[in-house]
Write a protein that binds this ligand. Structure first.
Ligand code: SF4
Length: 251
């Protein structure tokens, strides 16, 4: 049996030098260690940027911050599935491991993408609770416990982009804001103070790029690393947007 120190991890990585250039693949064989994650394998390449042919190459670029599946920065497509590189363990997936950048977002370099589209969507739907100044406002109204429980689940969204990657209706040809922003409207509209801007957020879900562009493929809910009930959020927001349109129509 091969010892752990002699074992190698076989990676096939889709690379791209800059936003304009053509993607290509490069293979790597990196030393195996037990309990390694994908980030660990990428760090090995950074330490010793030599490809599987033994040629010296440039280190692979990626983005990561927290390394505990909270920041959402290290999303990539690993063996065909959008997921977090930090929580993907080498021992749990098949080799060769194919790694590619998320295809829904513009590639900056290698595995680094620009997720600005998601942050713009959060701005569009006003995904925050406005406060008046920075002085102590006191505890504020209480949230019913049963609402708090599901709202807490929605608040786990880390803007990772996996749900947008899986959604057939989010791509460079559409303006669809995607499931994550729709779910954040549900979260902020359920907040006792956030609800004061409920109508603004529902209006923001109407029109081009809004909720009507959801094709109900239900792919989003299957890939969300935080298990957020995205399809429930979309169904509820659809209902609220319809009610809001009636309200607008009848003045
Ligand atoms: Fe990521 Fe889930 Fe948030 Fe989508 S809803 S951005 S998959 S955490």
């Amino acid at each position: 049996m091969m010892s752990d120190t002699a074992k190698k991890i076989h990676l096939i990585i889709t690379r791209q030098n800059d936003p304009q250039s053509q993607p290509y693949t490069e293979e790597f064989l990196v030393p195996y260690r037990p309990n390694m994650n994908i980030i660990g394998a990428l760090i090995e390449i950074q330490r010793n940027p030599v490809n599987a042919k033994g040629e010296t190459t440039t280190p692979v670029i990626w983005e990561s911050v927290c390394l505990e599946e909270v920041c959402g920065a290290c999303s990539m497509v690993i063996n065909g599935k959008p997921r977090q590189a930090c929580s993907t363990l080498i021992d749990k997936i098949e080799q060769p491991i194919r790694i590619a950048p998320l295809s829904t977002f513009p590639v900056m370099r290698d595995l680094l993408v620009d997720r600005q589209r998601m942050f713009d969507a959060l701005k569009r739907v006003k995904a925050w609770v406005p406060i008046d100044g920075t002085y102590d406002l006191g505890p504020g109204p209480r949230m019913p416990e049963n609402t708090r429980q599901w709202a807490y689940e929605l608040s786990k969204c880390m803007t990772c982009g996996c749900c947008l990657e899986a959604c057939p209706n989010v791509n460079s040809k559409t303006a669809f804001i995607g499931p994550a922003a729709v779910s954040q409207v549900r979260l902020f509209n359920s907040h006792p103070t956030g609800a004061m801007h409920k109508e603004d957020r529902l209006e923001a879900l109407m029109g081009e790029g809004g909720i009507t562009e959801c094709g109900n493929s239900q792919n989003c809910v299957q890939v969300c690393p935080k298990g957020i009930p995205l399809t429930t959020s979309i169904a509820q927001m659809n209902r609220q947007v319809t009610l809001q349109s009636f309200k607008n129509f009848f003045g």
